[in-house]
Design a protein around this ligand. Structure first.
Ligand code: ADE
Ligand code: ZN
Length: 346
C-alpha cells in the first residue's frame, strides 16, 4: 500500500509542477526553439531553408527517429559563437527552473558543431558558462555530458574525445546518441573503455527504436551506468530482472516516444511496467523544442495518459535524484526536498 497521502485529481497538476526533479535526458541542441533558430540565423548570417517560424514548426511532423534527426542537425547549423551556445543553454535552464528542475545533466553533441568548423572550445565554454551561472542565478545545479554520434565511426569518437580532453573539467560523463538501428553499442567498445579509464560517468541511448539486445550490450560491453530511453526493455523479461537487480536507471522520454512513433498513442506507453516492477525509471524531455514540451509538459501528459497518481510522482522524482550523478549526500538532500514538498502540499 502507498504511504503517500492521496491527492485529489484536481490538485494533482499543481503537485506535479511543484515537486522538485532532476532532468537526466535533455539534448541541449534539442532545446533550440524555432524562434531562436531564426534569431541566431539572422545574427550569424546563416541561411535556413524555411520562410518563417511557422513554416519551420510545420516541418516537425516526424515518422521515426531519423526523420527527426535530419531536421535537428539542420537546426543546429545556426550555432557558431560561444555566446550562441550560452544563450541556448540559458534559455533551457530558465525553463527548467520554472518546472522545478533543480538538477540537470545535459547532453551535447560536439561533432554536430566541429564538423562545421566550430571549435570544441567554443561549444564547451559557452555551454559550461551557462551551467555554472545557473546554480546561483536560477537554483539549477547543471552538469554536461558529451555524446558521441553513433552514425559516425569509433575513430571519429576517439578524435572527439581527444579534442575535448583539454576541457575535461567542464563535463562529467560521456553518452551515445543519434541513429540507433544498425549502430549497436559494441561499435564504441574501445572508446567507452578509454572513457571509463579516464574516470568519466557513462551512459548510452539504447532500446529507443533498437532491440533489447542493444540494452544488454550497452550494459555488458560499454559498462554504462544508465540507459537512455530503454523502453524496449519490457519485451525481455530477463533484461527487466537485470535492470531491477542492478538498479539500472532508465531515462524515459514519453513525449519524444510519442512524436517519433515509438508509442504513437501515449496511452500505450510502457512506462507503467518498469514503475510497477520497482525499477529506477523517471520522466525527461529529450528534445523539448521539437517534441511539444519541457519537463512539466512531459509529466502532465504522461500522468493524464497513464492515470498515474501522487505516489507515482514521488517515485519518479526520487528515482530521478537517485539516478543522477551527484554525490550520496546531495542525493539524500534532494530526496528530502521531495518529501518535504509533498508533506507541505497537504
Ligand atoms: N539526439 C537527439 N535526440 C535523440 C534521440 N531521441 N535519440 C537519439 N539521438 C538523439
Ligand atoms: Zn535522447
Amino acid at each position: 500500500m502507498s504511504l503517500i497521502k492521496p491527492v485529489p485529481p484536481e490538485r494533482l497538476p499543481e503537485l506535479l509542477r511543484r515537486i522538485p526533479k532532476a532532468e537526466l535526458h535533455i539534448h541541449i541542441e534539442g532545446s533550440l526553439e524555432p524562434e531562436m533558430i531564426f534569431k541566431l540565423a539572422q545574427r550569424n548570417g546563416v541561411t535556413i531553408p524555411y520562410a518563417s517560424v511557422e513554416d519551420l514548426r510545420k516541418a516537425y511532423a516526424f515518422t521515426n527517429l531519423q526523420s527527426f534527426l535530419d531536421i535537428y542537425y539542420a537546426g543546429a547549423s545556426v550555432l557558431l559563437k560561444e555566446q550562441d551556445f550560452y544563450d541556448m543553454a540559458w534559455a533551457y535552464l530558465e525553463k527548467a527552473a520554472l518546472d522545478n528542475v533543480i538538477r540537470a545533466e545535459i547532453f551535447f553533441d560536439p561533432q554536430t558543431h566541429t564538423a562545421r568548423g566550430v571549435s570544441m572550445e567554443t561549444v564547451v565554454k559557452g555551454l559550461s558558462r551557462a551551467c555554472k551561472e545557473a546554480k546561483a542565478g536560477l537554483g539549477v545545479d547543471a552538469e554536461l555530458i558529451l555524446c558521441f554520434l553513433r552514425h559516425l565511426s569509433e575513430q571519429e569518437a576517439f578524435e572527439t574525445l581527444e579534442a575535448a580532453l583539454p576541457f575535461r573539467d567542464h563535463f562529467i560523463g560521456v553518452g551515445l546518441d543519434s541513429s540507433e538501428v544498425g549502430h549497436p553499442p559494441e561499435k564504441f567498445a574501445k572508446v567507452f573503455a578509454k572513457c571509463k579509464e579516464l574516470g568519466f560517468r557513462l551512459v548510452a541511448h539504447a532500446g529507443e527504436e533498437g532491440p533489447p539486445e542493444y540494452i544488454w550490450s550497452a550494459l555488458d560491453v560499454l559498462k554504462v551506468e544508465r540507459i537512455d530511453h530503454g523502453v524496449q526493455s519490457t519485451r525481455d523479461a530477463a533484461l527487466m530482472q537485470r535492470l531491477a537487480k542492478d538498479r539500472i536507471p532508465l531515462t524515459v522520454c514519453p513525449l519524444s516516444n510519442q512524436k517519433l512513433k515509438v508509442f504513437p498513442d501515449l496511452k500505450d506507453h510502457s512506462l507503467r511496467k518498469p514503475l510497477d516492477a520497482g525499477l529506477c525509471a523517471m520522466i525527461n524531455s529529450d528534445d523539448p523544442a521539437y517534441f511539444g514540451g519541457y519537463m512539466n509538459d512531459n509529466w502532465q501528459a504522461t500522468f493524464t495518459a497513464l492515470g498515474l497518481d501522487a505516489s507515482h510522482a514521488v517515485q519518479l522524482a526520487k528515482n530521478s535524484f537517485e539516478a543522477s550523478f551527484c554525490d550520496a549526500a546531495m542525493k539524500r538532500k534532494y530526496a528530502d526536498r521531495v518529501s518535504s514538498v509533498v508533506e507541505s502540499f497537504h
